[in-house]
Unconditional design. Structure first.
Length: 374
């Protein structure tokens, strides 16, 4: 509604009028006498006051961007563009655009009309989480959120065990949140309680390359926003034995400026070490992960050695020792004895831990090599 009836403004505004046209033009367009938008004012787009300067209620079509001009005996003023406000009561079910409120209270909000500030509906919670967005479900296990035409598949797959939340010891989910996508109901694990470690996004323009498949290859140096590159080499975990865990691989960590290494395009050779084999007897040592200079200059070779194997028959049963590391110009860490988790890295977005030792009779986890350009 554009303007509710006002109190008496006096004879000065008698027979004043609004003229509504399409934005940017002088073409009259309809405004309406009722909220259902079925009774337009006549002539088209013109609404006149009574003898006391009072306007009737005016209802606008939310699909139209208007040009509004007001005329009285003193002159005129103009607003262009003018976009109608969303109504908070009533129904516009006969209109193809805008908020629709059904007699049962259901509210439907379609995408905004093209030509406004955007085509996306954005809902913002208040600052500091004092008043978060709220969805109330009606029945546990039934979706309170439906997302259509957004879910997709890709060449990559993600596999994880939903056994803990970030920054806490292993724990079962407190529950499962149902979300319906394109008619199919899915579930995502949820936990409660604090403290937890907040996710730290990468700086704008940063690039991270993470390699976890055993083997060797070459990395061509890129440039990040600060022209630095961080590198990590996690050794593979040792294999588990009869009743003992293998050791975790070591971690070497370095940080260089891109210019120190000769600039963009210079190369580094790397190898990702595999986890050692598990056995009912003695496990196998994990393989080392390493980074060495290809055409890059000023680089010190770095190695994260594999974790030691768990011992078993015919010898004594014991946990594998952690792998050592060398060459990191910032830090070198030794893996934990009998550690099946592996070391957490120094790069917040590296996806670590890697290189955990194998549980009893299970293979150790593969190592990893990470390049992070910031």
């Amino acid at each position: 509604m554009y303007r509710e009836a006002q109190s008496c403004l006096g004879p000065k505004f008698a027979n004043s009028f609004y003229q509504f046209t399409l934005s940017g033009t002088s073409t009259p367009t309809n405004v309406y006498q009722n909220g259902a938008l079925t009774t337009p004012f006549a002539p088209t787009g013109k609404v006149t006051t009574d003898a006391f300067g009072r306007f009737p209620a005016i209802y606008l079509d939310p699909s139209i961007i208007y040009r509004v001009q007001f005329f009285n005996s003193s002159g005129s003023w103009l607003v262009d563009p003018y976009v109608s406000q969303l109504s908070t009561v009533g129904t516009s079910s006969l209109s193809a655009f805008g908020v629709s409120i059904s007699p049962t209270g259901e509210v439907v909000m379609p995408a905004p009309n093209a030509g406004g500030s955007g085509i996306t509906l954005t809902l913002n919670a208040s600052t500091l989480g004092t008043t978060p967005l709220r969805l109330n479900g009606t029945l546990p296990g039934k979706s309170a959120l439906i997302v259509n035409s957004a879910v997709t598949t890709g060449a990559q797959t993600a596999t994880f065990v939903a056994a803990n939340k970030p920054g806490t010891a292993t724990s079962a989910p407190a529950g499962w949140l149902p979300i319906t996508c394109d008619g199919v109901q899915y579930y995502t694990p949820v936990w409660h309680g604090n403290p937890f470690t907040p996710y730290t996004p990468a700086p704008t323009g940063a690039i991270v390359h993470i390699f976890t498949t055993p083997g060797s290859a070459t990395e061509a140096i890129l440039v990040g926003p600060s022209q630095t590159v961080q590198m990590e080499a996690f050794g593979g975990g040792g294999g588990g034995a009869r009743t003992a865990n293998g050791g975790a691989g070591g971690l070497a960590y370095s940080l260089y400026s891109t210019n120190t290494l000769g600039g963009v395009g210079k190369t580094l050779n790397y190898t990702v070490g595999a986890g050692g084999a598990g056995s009912a007897f003695s496990g196998s040592v994990g393989a080392a992960s390493s980074i060495s200079a290809g055409t890059a200059t000023g680089f010190i070779a770095m190695t994260g050695n594999g974790g030691g194997p768990a011992g078993g028959p015919p010898g004594p049963v014991n946990s594998g020792v952690g792998g050592t590391s060398s060459g990191g110009n910032n830090s070198n860490m030794t893996g934990g004895t009998g550690d099946t988790v592996g070391l957490a890295g120094f790069i917040s977005v590296d996806g670590s831990p890697y290189g955990g030792g194998g549980p009893p009779q299970i293979n150790g986890k593969n190592g990893a090599v990470v390049f992070y350009y910031t």
